[in-house]
Design a protein. Sequence first.
Length: 261
Amino acid sequence: MTPAELLGQALAYAAAGWPVLPTRPDDSECQGGPDCECKWPFPGTHGSRGASASPALIRAWWRRWPDANVAIATGAPGPDVLDVDVKPDGTGFPAFNRLKQAGLLAGAVALVRTPSGGLHAYYAGTAQPNGKLARHHLDFRGDGGYVLAPPSRVHGRAYELLDHRPGTGGQIDWQAIKRLLDPPRPARRRGRRAGDLTRLTAWVEHLNEGDRNDGLYWAACRAAETGHGDLDGLVDAAVTAGLSEAEARRTVASAARRTTR
């Protein structure tokens, strides 16, 4: 994929009303480990909040970084995207098929195969925040998120458009998806430590941009100090608030190391 083709596709997304941003170019030697930066925005572009549909700004970005991948900011005016992961420890396709059978996935405007063999299903954008169902290998990219889009490449493999259905498309209801796949558990009495972690998790979910990393670090320190060893709930809460999973896991690991010194 040439720089001209990357720029041309970025401009095409912008012309459709979807703000875009440049992310780091493909590194075929990267294996996608915990320190992988292949999907990260460039410094100074301010991530999804700095995405733009301005042709002048987009051209300036690709003059500076001609090999940059193309990312689309999710949430209105951009699309909402359901991300079906395929990882060594499992795949999101069983959950995806359950949702499809339940009638919760109608109205997608585009389907994109991801480099891992997973899927991005695009819907009309809303104000719903990002979300994650780690047990089901599903991510939701809404307000404050972004996804890499064709013709971007990661780890030597491309994002590939499978289907495009012109039109405004339907909306996806992330809360309905969560209720189906992870229904609320019956209320039960909780011990003090469990309740403390529940409150910390709820607090992290609602952190504002600029406070998320420091807030997550503080919460992870408090949880580790009281003996909680499994902090994946805090990671999921931080992703819901808008951090990337890689950044959230690094922050939680740093807090855990601090409390064990």
